[in-house]
Design a protein around this ligand. Structure first.
Ligand code: TRP
Length: 455
């Protein structure tokens, strides 16, 4: 089969803009609305943001470009891609296997946070959370996560919805919907920012977000920032390789990646600007942890006319963005089960969902039934997040960078990056290759050692 035939068979994206929108659909999700604000709040604000930015530019962006390029070259799932491109007997496919593991760990807690978002659509409809009173919004969130039945049932609703979307083959429809609704989420965030910036202590919130105090920065925080950069761009585990396998031959990969990164960053910053002025004005705790968005956003909406209706819209749009990201996470194990274990798509899907119902419930019950259960001082929700975001994704990044920089080599990389000579981007290829060969792997390695307390 020629590559062109394979391309059509794999049902690639139809237009350059479609590629951009779909990649953005994977990148923008709860990482922007939920994780970025809470980690920035918990790790001291501006200094964390700055490290996160550097990690994105120096490490995450080159790794993202590397992943997409490899995926497009081999047009397969991550395991098959690495088997096809590596010399025989070198086990680089283990990156794909680790990625499959990471996707289960991430989906286990991610599906629970999507569950909270779903539940908040209903809470917002009922009007029970719209308040600037910390006691009210905190109690509303707590009553949700501390109830094992609600936590589990909402997670099952999420998993069933994802299964339904994939089974009915409407993920293309969801993609189209995301494409249309994403600008709306963007606009709503801009409105929220305007409201938040008019609050009494907006200045304090902005100073927290943009005025760095490096005294607060620890090795662990630097590793968390790096992990967040990977998480937000969906890299280090093969999602972007999978997406790359659907990229068009004439797609400009670096420019697509830079746009995705920039748009993703904008959404995060807007979420941060919407949240932190409210945190300081209404006396919330910046370090409130995973609860942060859920307890502060209602306070912002409580300040505007039609706040309740707009808050419903906000959680619906967030749920849709999170659905796109969740589907992209599921694509890795499902595709591996299909292409490497030869399961029919339905069975691959059923197996993935059944696994998730099990491992996911461990995260769903973290704040109720399993609240006393910790490993290395972390509850299971935080442990799954730590192991995936701070260990597997960065380690995956090291090996992807080393694979391109040391095994695949400059010739192949430049050739693929220039669309077989169609684009004049030799200098960029050189810079990226240098980063991948020398800078990214070493930097990730040092940050991991420091973050884990090795020196
Ligand atoms: N990037 C998504 C978000 O910010 C989450 C996500 C989707 C992801 N696919 C991934 C994270 C693959 C890591 C790896 O919400």
């Amino acid at each position: 089969m020629t590559q062109d035939q394979q391309h059509t068979k794999r049902d690639g994206f139809s237009s350059a803009f479609g590629v951009l929108a779909a990649t953005l659909g994977s990148a923008v999700g709860l990482g922007n609305i939920w994780k970025f604000p809470y980690l920035t709040g918990a790790n001291g604000g501006a200094s964390f943001l700055l490290v996160y930015l550097m990690a994105t530019l120096l490490v995450a962006l080159p790794v993202m470009i590397a992943e997409i390029t490899l995926g497009r070259k081999a047009r397969a799932n991550p395991i098959t891609t690495l088997i096809a491109l590596a010399p025989s007997h070198q086990p680089w496919w283990l990156i794909g296997a680790a990625g499959m593991m990471a996707s289960f760990l991430i989906l286990s807690f991610y599906s629970e946070v999507v569950a909270w978002v779903f539940a908040y659509v209903v809470k917002a409809l009922s009007g029970s959370v719209l308040s600037s009173d910390r006691a009210v919004t905190e109690a509303a969130f707590h009553s949700l996560i501390a109830d094992p039945v609600q936590s589990l049932v909402w997670q099952w609703v999420v998993l069933a919805s994802m299964g339904g979307i994939l089974l009915l083959g409407v993920s293309k429809g969801i993609e189209a919907l995301t494409k249309k609704l994403m600008p709306l989420l963007f606009l709503l965030l801009v409105l929220l920012c305007a409201v938040s910036l008019s609050l009494e202590k907006a200045g304090e919130g902005l100073a927290f977000l943009f005025n760095p105090d490096f005294g607060k920065l620890t090795g662990a925080a630097v590793l968390t920032a790096l992990g967040l950069a990977f998480f937000k761009l969906s890299i280090g585990m093969g999602t972007m390789m999978t997406y790359g396998s659907y990229f068009r031959e004439d797609q400009n990969i670096p420019s697509t990646a830079v746009r995705v990164m920039a748009a993703d960053l904008c959404v995060s910053l807007l979420a941060g600007i919407a949240i932190f002025p409210a945190v300081f004005t209404f006396g919330f705790e910046p370090a409130a942890g995973p609860a942060l968005v859920f307890i502060t956003i209602p306070a912002v909406f409580s300040q505007i006319p039609m706040g309740q209706a707009l808050m419903v819209v906000f959680f619906v749009l967030t749920a849709i963005a999170a659905t796109g990201a969740t589907l992209s996470l599921m694509e890795v194990p499902v595709l591996i089960l299909q292409e490497c274990f030869f399961l029919p798509r339905r069975r691959a899907l059923a197996l993935t969902l059944a696994m998730l119902a099990l491992t996911g419930s461990l995260c769903a019950l973290t704040n109720s039934t399993l609240s006393g259960f910790t490993i290395f001082g972390l509850n299971l929700f935080d442990l799954f997040d730590f192991v995936s975001s701070n260990l597997i994704l960065p380690a995956g990044g090291i090996f992807i960078a080393l694979f391109v920089g040391r095994v695949w080599g400059f010739g192949h990389f430049r050739q693929a990056l220039s669309n077989e000579g169609q684009l004049r981007n030799e200098t960029m290829a050189r810079v990226l290759f240098f980063l991948l060969r020398y800078v990214s792997p070493l930097l990730i390695f040092l940050v991991m050692l420091k973050g884990l307390g090795a020196f």
